[in-house]
Write a protein that binds this ligand. Structure first.
Ligand code: MIC
Ligand code: SF4
Length: 753
């Protein structure tokens, strides 16, 4: 068991801090407030911070990083001038394993093809006292839930779905690598004090509905940016009726509505889960301070007084949902899918059903889905779609294998993939004769942006619960509603599927032979970290240059992006994951998925010097060669999705200086600031329409860059006419300093060396 002494210390001080806060604020507190206020940075007194406006420093209990983001985070940490990490930290090898043939084969192949990167991560971990979870151990968020998460804790992770741990009562927040570097270097971590959205769950789920449907419904209500800057707190009798891993699923997908994080208060389901995962001692400690791990009674009695917004969902009436295609907030109740699919022309033949991922790979998910798989075999149904299963951790995989569930899936024709992200992040060698074909897949993952799973822009990915995905894979039809429809079996009879059933936790306990964990050496000072100078996968970083103190002028437009521009559009994953440790190489994917406003094409923009069109990275490199700085213009919720800071570092590396948008997603905005970029927001959104293809830009008052003061940007059109527009920003003093120094890291390095 990890961290028990640390948890004891945290719990022992929580009570006092909460009492002080209640006195200072003169009101009852919600669960998030209790956790946030008991993690305030040193010397910060509790006061009623302005939600959505005050920047506040916090002391973080733990940092987690996955292999695809850890490379860049650790390359930066190595420049920070530290001997070891200041807070407990882990690295998890999960994103780089490609799904091809099945678990054993794929894992072996990944170890060979990623050896250099795994060796690097292992030796850096060893040197700086970081716990290392080897490839095959599982997906970061499941491993965290099973081993490290504890009610009342506060952690950050370099992955947007770090929020998964809210299912076990943690304030867990996804961040870019540079934020992790701050915390690993012993600095407090700064966050815009969040707003609070209360989600009251009443009733109890039944039949085909599962925890996934709660968040699919919430995503439909709040949309992809509706949670921005807020913590979602789930409460009510319905919340208590959910399993701990079901709560994790709900919190996990809170990333899809831009929420800072989501959380459930401590309850019996968490006690059960802590016991089942070998942490009865943590539950005993939590029991002693249980009142501190839940909102005050007054909050539950009159939630409207304490939350900025309240949503109520009756679980007894909740239908299963399918969200998509191309965006996780397009929510369709299963009973309306047939009509919606017809109206929108979505292909209805389901080619592949994929279950698992960090979102839905618990024992309960697998057991319930397996109960559907068993019916397919027993009722002699011919399974129409391909079907894959990605277990979330070796502990879950070992146990569900022991309990016969994996066998049930193979009998239905399913393929068990490695305990890794796999197809969820485009690590999928999909067998297809026509890679551009318009087609439909259904997954129990969380994201479904264009091209994400298989690189094909015409793949329509729908997100549903693993139980529904299994049923749809059997039926082979997106329009199949297992609640009302029947299927013809191999004997020509019409049969129906019974609703799923399965235990929340294994009756005979979890079991595992090798969890895949490697502890660091107690003294890593002699460990040497090397990178081959010819490496195609890794590259030491060179610090970005500081600002010269002048108004930046003569900026050219690189691209005006139209519509949705997620981090998958800015820095695609899948085939590019292998270059996550090599900034120059990965920069060749910069903004290649963004749609150019002027021609509706991806990766084709005008080079203003030559007048020719070229790929975005090519044109940008041409500007860079001539010392011309550029601007990227974007639409709403720019940078939604992943925490990958490559989406900010690539533009910085290639010489983009400004990103000006209608609105930003939180993590991406911070990532841009950390890397010394100017992340600006149109004061008047309609100014977006003023930007033309041949425009140049001058700042008029960047020399006076200061908090809360908009900047003036002059747009100079090709006919020499111009417009002066106002740009808002959310930089505070410290963040302006990052800009001045060239990056946040430059500043830390200066202070430490
Ligand atoms: C994702 O789900 O998009 C990822 C891949 O896990 C990312 C992290 C990354 O890009 O490495 C995330 O969610 O932050
Ligand atoms: Fe991995 Fe997918 Fe989860 Fe991201 S969302 S951590 S890619 S399983």
């Amino acid at each position: 068991m990890f961290d028990i002494e640390k948890i004891e210390t945290i719990y022992s001080r929580m009570g006092n801090r909460i009492t002080q806060t209640r006195q200072a604020l003169q009101r009852p507190l919600t669960i998030s407030e209790k956790i946030l206020y008991s993690h305030l940075g040193h010397n910060i007194n509790p006061m009623d911070f302005e939600r959505g406006r005050s920047y506040v420093d916090f002391c973080i209990d733990r940092v987690a990083m996955q292999d695809a983001t850890a490379q860049m985070a650790l390359l930066q940490f190595m420049q920070a001038g530290r001997d070891r990490v200041a807070v407990p930290t882990t690295v998890h090898c999960d994103h780089l394993i490609q799904a091809r043939l099945g678990a054993d084969n794929d894992l072996q192949k990944a170890k060979e093809s990623n050896q250099e990167v795994y060796d690097f991560l292992e030796s850096v971990s060893n040197k700086y006292s970081i716990g290392f979870w080897k490839p095959g151990a599982g997906i970061i968020h499941q491993v965290i839930l099973e081993n490290y998460a504890f009610p009342g804790g506060m952690m950050i992770g370099t992955d947007s779905h770090t929020v998964n741990a809210g299912g076990l009562g943690v304030i867990a927040i996804g961040v870019g690598g540079a934020d992790a570097v701050d915390v690993m270097a012993g600095m407090p971590w700064e966050l815009l004090f969040p707003k609070l959205i209360g989600v009251k769950l009443i009733g109890e789920m039944n039949g085909w509905t599962s925890a996934k449907d709660v968040i699919l419904k919430v995503a439909g209500i709040l949309t992809a940016k509706g949670g921005t800057g807020a913590i979602l707190e789930y409460f009510g009798p319905g919340a208590e009726s959910l399993s701990c891993t079901g709560k994790g699923t709900i919190c996990n997908m809170g990333a899809e509505i831009g929420a800072t994080t989501s959380i459930f208060a401590y309850d019996e389901s968490m006690v059960e889960y802590l016991h089942a995962t070998g942490r009865a001692e943590v539950a005993d400690l939590a029991d002693k301070i249980a009142d501190n791990l839940r909102s005050d009674a007054e909050v539950y009695d009159n939630p409207e007084k304490f939350y900025d917004q309240i949503i109520e969902i009756n679980l007894s009436e909740l239908e299963p949902y399918l969200n998509g295609p191309f965006t996780p907030d397009l929510a369709t109740p299963i009973s309306q899918m047939a009509a919606e699919a017809k109206e929108n022309g979505w292909p209805t033949k389901v080619e592949v059903g994929l279950i698992g991922s960090c979102t839905n790979s618990s024992y309960e998910d697998i057991a319930r889905s397996a109960s559907i798989a068993e019916q397919a075999v027993n009722k002699k149904l011919h399974v129409k779609s391909e079907f894959t299963i990605t277990p979330g951790s070796e502990q879950v995989r070992f146990t569900v294998d022991r309990d016969g569930y994996l066998d049930a899936f193979s009998k239905m024709g399913g393929v068990v993939l490695a305990n890794a992200c796999g197809p969820c992040i485009g690590q999928w060698a999909r067998h297809s004769t026509d890679p551009g074909k318009k087609n439909t897949i259904v997954t129990s993952f969380n994201r479904n942006f264009a091209k994400r799973n298989d690189g094909n822009p015409n793949t329509h990915a729908f997100v549903g619960s693993p139980e529904i995905v299994t049923a749809l894979a059997i039926a082979g039809e997106l329009t199949f509603n297992p609640i009302t429809d029947s299927l013809k079996n191999s004997e020509g009879e019409q049969v129906t599927l019974d609703p799923p059933s399965g235990d929340r936790l294994p009756k005979n306990g979890f079991e595992v032979k090798d969890m895949g964990y490697q502890a660091p050496s107690s003294d890593g000072s002699s460990v040497e970290v090397t990178i081959n100078p010819d490496s195609k996968r890794l590259q030491f970083l060179t610090p970005f240059g500081p600002w010269d103190g002048e108004n930046i002028t003569g900026i050219k437009l690189l691209i005006k992006a139209k519509g949705k521009c997620t981090t998958d559009h800015i820095s695609m994953a899948g085939p590019w994951l292998k270059f996550r440790g090599h900034l120059d190489k990965i920069s060749d994917n910069m903004l290649t998925g963004a749609v150019n406003y002027f021609n509706d094409k991806t990766n084709l923009v005008k080079n203003q010097i030559s007048g020719e069109h070229g790929s975005v990275p090519e044109v940008q490199r041409a500007y860079k060669a001539q010392g011309i700085q550029t601007i990227v213009v974007g639409d709403e919720n720019y940078g939604e999705g992943s925490s990958r800071e490559h989406a900010a570092m690539e533009p910085r590396h290639l010489g983009v200086r400004v990103v000006l948008v209608k609105s930003f997603a939180r993590i991406h905005e911070t990532n841009l600031k950390k890397q010394g970029m100017l992340a600006l927001i149109f004061s008047d959104k309609s100014d977006y329409d003023k930007i033309q293809e041949d425009d140049a830009f001058d700042f008029l008052d960047l020399v006076d860059f200061s908090p809360k003061k908009p900047l003036t940007l002059r747009i100079i059109h090709s006919d020499a006419s111009s417009n002066d527009i106002q740009c808002e920003h959310s930089y505070n003093e410290i963040q302006i300093d990052w800009f001045k120094h060239g990056s946040a890291l430059n500043k830390i390095a200066l202070e430490n060396n």
